[in-house]
Design a protein around this ligand. Structure first.
Ligand SMILES: Cc1cc2nc3c(=O)[nH]c(=O)nc-3n(C[C@H](O)[C@H](O)[C@H](O)COP(=O)(O)O)c2cc1C
Length: 397
């Protein structure tokens, strides 16, 4: 799923902080996503988690010392540094941050880091007062200047009882930043506006017309665009999905609210990707009380919602506009019609009702229909991967 991690050489550096136990979980996440992960730990980290844990999880020998490996003639700190695609230091103690900032190389991890030329992510984790101390902040500034990626610690109640910043982020969030570091930043400087999810059109305060869109496809596009350096806004209808990292998320309910938010932002966007499943109709009358079930039948008049995609097509200037078409039949014909009618540059068509495609699933089977009449059918893929292929094609435009 997280393809960018697959078969990559990732070195996990573990130093002696209380959050070292979480790095075992992070290592597991790397391995389950196909990474070739190896661990270098400081001597003090061994007080918190044993090397055996990391060896079992990575299936590889852990490096804990420059000198003590009997019968091993390799110079690990140089070899591993040369082979690494990325390095993650989690947790990074105040001590190791200080050593990195000053080029001190008195153990395996601090010596290794000097030989590394790939991206390095540093995850500071410590007591809040330690984190906020002038020397740690000064050292972190130095690391930023030197090109390290610093992943800010989370705030909350820490193991030491203090409340404030200092907690190691969750493994999934560290992985998310690692992906950002690994993807080419080919959308840097571009603004991407994405819509996602269903809309809900109420006819009374507790009932509404909607559809089963989960929002997964749009969230995947937003996340992928952010990983590639874009500045992303995501206007979404109701979903259960968490906000993607560093994406500006605007949550709406109705088609009208979605339209207002999108029109406000479209002029500054370079790329607009509309994956939202907007209700075509809304109840003509909305009552402020819960409709009672007195009558045997209840007729409801529906009126058409504004066609947001068509309206963007009319108003757009030089933006690239991408739409999605979920169809139950005649996909090619309907997609081609929509492409022309709504002045799209590209439409992504998928047949709903297929087991591995459409609403709610993690995968999608789509065909891309381009403005010039060509099309490209993609195999069934995870929605994250569909999002990246889509961005590849958009970037080519
Ligand atoms: C119980 C305990 C928990 C600690 N937790 C942290 C921590 O979360 N972050 C940190 O920077 N230092 C922490 N320390 C202090 C470091 O272990 C200490 O500074 C050590 O020299 C770090 O060595 P290293 O950077 O080589 O691993 C802790 C110490 C103890 C005894």
């Amino acid at each position: 799923m997280k393809k960018i991690i697959d078969k990559k050489n990732i070195v996990l550096g573990v130093s002696g902080g209380i959050a070292a136990y979480k790095s075992a979980e992070f290592l597991r996440l790397l391995v389950t996503n196909g990474a070739n992960a190896r661990v270098i730990m400081t001597q003090n980290a061994k007080w918190f988690v044993g090397p055996v844990t990391f060896e079992a999880l990575s299936g590889q020998k852990v490096c804990t010392s420059l000198f003590e490996e009997e019968g091993d003639a390799s110079i690990k700190h140089i070899d591993w540094a040369g082979e690494a695609d990325a390095v993650v230091i989690a947790p990074a103690t105040a001590n190791i941050i200080g050593k990195f900032a000053h080029g001190i190389a008195d153990d395996a991890l601090s010596t290794f880091i000097l030989a590394v030329t790939c991206p390095v992510l540093v995850c500071p984790s410590m007591n809040t007062h330690m984190f906020e101390s002038r020397s740690v902040q000064r050292n972190l500034d130095q690391l930023k200047t030197d090109g390290y990626f610093i992943i800010d610690p989370e705030s909350g109640e820490l193991a030491c009882g203090t409340i404030g910043p200092g907690r190691l982020p969750e493994p999934e969030d560290i992985l998310d930043r690692l992906m950002y570091a690994l993807y080419p930043n080919d959308l840097t400087g571009k603004r991407i506006l994405v819509t996602a999810g269903p809309t809900c059109e109420h006819f009374d305060p507790v009932r509404f017309i909607s559809n089963p869109s989960s929002g997964k496809m749009g969230f995947a596009v937003a996340k992928a665009a952010e990983h590639r350096g874009g500045t992303v806004s995501l206007v979404t209808g109701p979903t259960n999905l968490a906000d993607p990292n560093r994406v500006s998320v605007i949550r709406v309910r109705t088609a009208q609210e979605m339209a207002d938010e999108v029109f406000e932002r479209m002029d500054t966007a370079d790329i607009i990707v509309k994956t939202a499943a907007v209700s075509d109709y809304k109840p003509k009358d909305q009552v402020e009380y819960k409709v009672k079930k007195d009558e045997k039948e209840h007729a409801m008049l529906l009126e058409k919602n504004l066609d947001i995609l068509k309206e963007i097509g009319k108003r757009k200037k030089q933006q690239i506009l991408v739409g999605f078409a979920a169809e139950t039949e005649n996909l090619a014909e309907n997609a081609a019609n929509k492409l022309a009618e709504k002045r799209l540059d590209l439409i992504v068509g998928n047949l709903i009702g297929e087991p591995a495609s459409g609403f709610g699933t993690d995968t999608n089977t789509v065909t891309l229909f381009f403005k010039d009449g060509t099309k490209e059918s993609l195999p069934t893929m995870h929605k994250d991967d569909v999002a990246h292929v889509l961005l590849d094609r958009i970037i080519k435009m």
